[in-house]
Ligand binder design. Structure first.
Ligand code: NAD
Length: 471
């Protein structure tokens, strides 16, 4: 399959290419252009030149265009979902969030973002003057996305950027560039040339984007380590930043919950997208009174799950997306085993083709082991026993990450008090990892800077101009 970059509305190839693999078969499924610095400069120039006209379109015009993009996603649902499964590995209709759900979610987020507006606010009104707060687009936005939700996260970046009048240069992960390339190609049917550009490349391309003098803002989703590099590189030109980074979400399960009733929701929150989800449940703190029952229930569920090539009928979870991540998961589980942890199910990768790793539950493990302290980003859940809820809360917070967290209890008032004390950007009660385009989402501590979604997210693609008007 041949894929092209899109620069100023045109398909652009490059001299060099890199391979894109299907993680289920380890076969090359496509070759993508490896952009040069000249390609990047051309994309930034196109976005810069498109900006004056695009930023002057009316709010209604942009709303209409964004809704037209939602139609395009809907009309091409089948093709986009197949591309996600082929390059990302996730089953078409997998547990929690299959590829069709990712495309459906992309359409939904696009439509909801179309409805958001940033009207002029009055900051002050006196006898002598009126001070108004205007929101102005920033200019050219550089978007850099990861490999776990290759369409949805691109939508989370691109749609609010263009909805608020910016133009965009998108660079998807080189593990999963295909669905984003296809979406941007389709988007040219409704957007003027240069409003949305996409380049693909490996290695130093991210650094070139984040230090580019003519890019005004970076919106980035990916690892905390890369986020730190981006902050350094962007500092010379003082770019605006939204950084959605890694998480190591804790859930605290109080002894008063009905284990049988809640086990599947807990399981899904941990294994959504094979655990390769920033806000998946990654550390499960369970009270000692229900610890063994919870371990048993989760094991029963885990043992019913079919892990297979995502294109196969009946597949519920697919492979891990790439070899490096697969090796990390294996390393963390092996480390847990050697520290004396109890493997309830899984724990050994099968021989053969594809980065398949079984659903793995690890009991009798605690903080201070790599599997608990680090983000595994794969199909493995450590289950940690506690006896004192204050101690569980302290351990949940004792982590540099602060993306999400949850409290599960039959007592809503107690759960709310605990949720308020979790150090994270989103806290759920009797739920975890459910996101909405109307609810701001972002990390505290080392999980990020800024938020996405809702008008709070939209504002991050604008600057404030206060205008003081005499009477
Ligand atoms: P990554 O940081 O390795 O890569 C993300 C993107 O950054 C890719 O496009 C990559 O090419 C690019 N990149 C790499 N080095 C760069 C540099 N120096 N400058 C600029 N760009 C660079 O992350 P990943 O492995 O693709 O994704 C997994 C991580 O993303 C996990 O830690 C996960 O928790 C996090 N994540 C966070 C969220 C969130 O919303 N907070 C969502 C999804 C994933």
């Amino acid at each position: 399959m041949q894929f092209n970059m899109i620069i100023n509305g045109n398909k652009v190839d490059a001299e060099d290419h890199f391979n894109v693999y299907n993680p289920a078969t380890e076969e090359i499924i496509a070759q993508c252009p490896a952009a040069t610095e000249e390609n990047l400069n051309a994309a930034v120039t196109a976005a810069r030149e498109a900006f004056p006209a695009w930023s002057k379109t009316s709010d209604d015009q942009r709303k209409e265009k964004v809704n037209a993009l939602a139609d395009i996603i809907s009309d091409n649902m089948n093709e986009l979902a197949q591309l996600i499964t082929q390059e990302q590995g996730r089953p078409l209709n997998g547990i929690g969030f299959g590829s069709f759900a990712e495309v459906g979610g992309s359409e939904y987020w696009t439509r909801c973002t179309a409805e958001l507006t940033l009207p002029i606010e009055i900051a002050e009104e006196t006898d002598t003057h009126r001070a108004e707060i205007h929101r102005k687009p920033l200019g050219v936005v550089g978007s850099i996305t990861p490999w776990n939700f290759p369409l949805l996260i691109a939508i989370w970046h691109v749609i609010p950027a263009i909805r608020s009048g910016n133009t965009v240069v998108l660079k998807p992960s080189s593990f999963t560039p295909l669905v984003a390339l296809r979406f941007v190609e389709l988007a040219q049917e409704v957007l003027p040339p240069g409003v949305l550009n996409i380049i693909t490349g490996e290695g130093g391309m991210g650094r070139l984007i984040t230090s580019h003098p003519d890019i005004d803002k970076i919106v980035f989703t990916g690892s905390t380590a890369t986020g730190k590099n981006i902050m350094k590189n962007a500092s010379d030109s003082l770019k605006r930043l939204t950084l959605e980074l890694g998480g190591n979400d804790a859930a605290i399960i109080l002894p008063d919950i009905d284990v049988k009733e809640n086990a599947s929701a807990i399981f899904e929150a941990a294994f959504i997208n094979n655990g390769q989800t920033c806000a998946a449940l990654k550390r499960l703190y369970v009270h000692e009174d229900i610890y063994e029952e919870m371990c048993e229930e989760l094991t029963i569920i885990a043992n019913t799950v079919t892990v297979a090539n995502g294109m196969e009928e009946g597949a519920q979870l697919g492979p891990i997306q790439n070899r490096a991540q697969f090796e990390l998961v294996r390393e963390l589980v092996d480390d847990a085993k050697s520290s004396g942890a109890r493997i309830l199910t899984g724990g050994d990768a099968p021989e053969g083709i594809g980065y398949f790793y079984p659903v793995t539950l690890v009991a009798d493990i605690s903080d201070g082991t790599r599997l608990v302290d680090e983000e595994p980003f794969g199909p493995v859940l450590p289950i940690i026993k506690y006896s004192d809820v204050e101690d569980a809360l302290q351990r949940a917070n004792d982590n540099p990450n602060g993306l999400g967290g949850s409290v599960w209890s039959g007592n809503p008032a107690q759960a709310l008090e605990l949720a308020k004390r979790l150090e994270c950007g989103t806290a759920w009660i009797n739920n975890h990892a459910s996101l909405s385009p109307n609810v701001p989402f972002g990390g505290v501590k080392q999980s990020g800077v800024g938020v996405e979604f809702s008008t709070h997210g939209l504002k991050e693609f604008t600057s404030i101009q206060s205008i003081v008007i005499p009477k």
